[in-house]
Design a protein around this ligand. Structure first.
Ligand SMILES: Nc1ncnc2c1ncn2[C@@H]1O[C@H](COP(=O)(O)OP(=O)(O)O)[C@@H](O)[C@H]1O
Ligand SMILES: [Mg+2]
Length: 347
């Protein structure tokens, strides 16, 4: 449905050149919800704006629903954009128009008659739950209601793609939840393909099927959400995951951690396990088979899509040989192990 092929985008020239996107390849099949996550300035907005050519890529090809967007005449591009709805962080509503008239705007621009517009806007008001607000103005609405108006407006021209640029970033967590639920609903009911960009793992977790990680203009990961959350492949991916899970060792322990193993130290490890490993009594087996003691400092279990993810921060207590054996044992059971450091054995 959406194909980005080898997209690059540079802003400025000479010493001021910014490489906002570099060799981005992305395919989003029909009916999927695809997230792109990254830090501020990574190139997320540039990426999403390249899909409907609000930004023209410097090089590369964009195709949506079988149409090569980069090759279209201005008129044809305008028409193609009717099939691509977009919503924004700050809603971008017209303050002097009522809710009804905001939603009607794209239809007016397409030259639809008043009666066609009414027939189209009324069910949209119903879909987003704002029938009773039709004649109010944006200033009278909450943030969540404004985003609902923006969603209805984006759907007015019956698009088959919806682009969401940080659509919930200005909303509180509860409102975010209800907007994401609405997007999920629309995806199911209308079969709409959704590309959304966000800096929040919660958003990816609660709505996306697949996710790409963008870093300095490059897509560095592309994975099913369950895989990304259970086994990110890059350091940045792991940082996003750890932030989301908020599983860091206690502060007083961090202060005592040394990067090097000494003669009288033991390792502190972060274990991530998924699938079968979550339900097996691995830790007690580990203690028996490798003769180490495991002191659990923190632990957490999360459900992501149909997957379960377990996390644990633990100290492995034993001789150097025993703790090496223990780590090899864990790795052979598909656990991800990260050695956070070593602490001096208490006297
Ligand atoms: N119109 C522009 N002119 C110059 N630089 C820009 C422009 N838009 C974005 N950039 C730069 O491109 C990079 C990516 O920006 P952006 O796509 O907005 O990132 P994000 O949405 O991930 O925060 C940043 O370094 C930003 O400063
Ligand atoms: Mg942005």
């Amino acid at each position: 449905m959406i194909y980005l092929e080898n997209i690059s985008k540079t802003y400025g020239a000479g010493a001021n050149t910014v490489h906002a996107l570099q060799n981005v390849n992305l395919h989003i099949p029909q009916g999927r919800i695809h997230g792109v996550i990254g830090l501020s300035g990574a190139g997320k907005s540039t990426l999403i704006r390249c899909v409907n050519l609000l930004e023209r890529p410097s090089t590369g090809k964009v195709s949506v629903d079988g149409q090569d967007m980069t090759a279209l005449s201005p008129q044809a591009l305008n028409k193609a954009r009717h099939r691509i709805g977009m919503i924004f962080q700050h809603f971008n509503l017209l303050t002097t128009r009522t809710v009804f008239d905001n939603i009607a705007l794209p239809l007016e621009l397409m030259g639809e008659t008043r009666s066609t517009i009414r027939q189209r806007v009324e069910p949209l008001l119903e879909l987003v739950g704002l029938v009773d607000k039709a004649n109010q103005y944006p200033a009278q609405l909450s943030g969540g209601q404004k985003q609902r108006v923006a969603i209805a407006r984006a759907l007015a021209s019956k698009p088959n793609v919806l682009l969401c640029d940080e659509a919930t970033s200005a909303l509180d967590p509860q409102t975010t939840g209800s907007i994401l639920e609405l997007l999920r609903d629309i995806n199911k009911k209308l079969g709409l393909t959704i590309l959304l960009i966000t800096h929040e793992m919660d958003v990816v977790k609660s709505i996306c099927h697949r996710v790409s990680l963008i870093s300095d203009g490059e897509l560095v990961e592309d994975a099913e959400v369950g895989d990304f959350f259970t086994a990110p492949r890059t350091q940045l991916g792991r940082e996003f995951l750890n932030d989301f899970l908020q599983l860091e060792p206690p502060k007083e322990l961090i202060e005592r951690l040394s990067p090097d193993a000494g003669t009288n130290t033991h390792p502190v490890v972060r274990l991530t396990f998924s699938g079968d490993a979550v339900s097996t009594p691995l830790i007690s087996k580990l203690a028996r088979e490798c003769e180490v003691d495991v002191s659990i400092l923190q632990a957490k279990v999360e459900s992501i899509q149909d997957r379960t993810l377990g996390l644990m921060i633990a100290e492995l207590l034993g001789t150097p040989q025993q703790t090496r054996d223990a780590m090899a044992y864990l790795e052979s059971h598909q656990l991800q192990i990260e050695v956070l450091g070593h602490v001096q054995r208490n006297a």
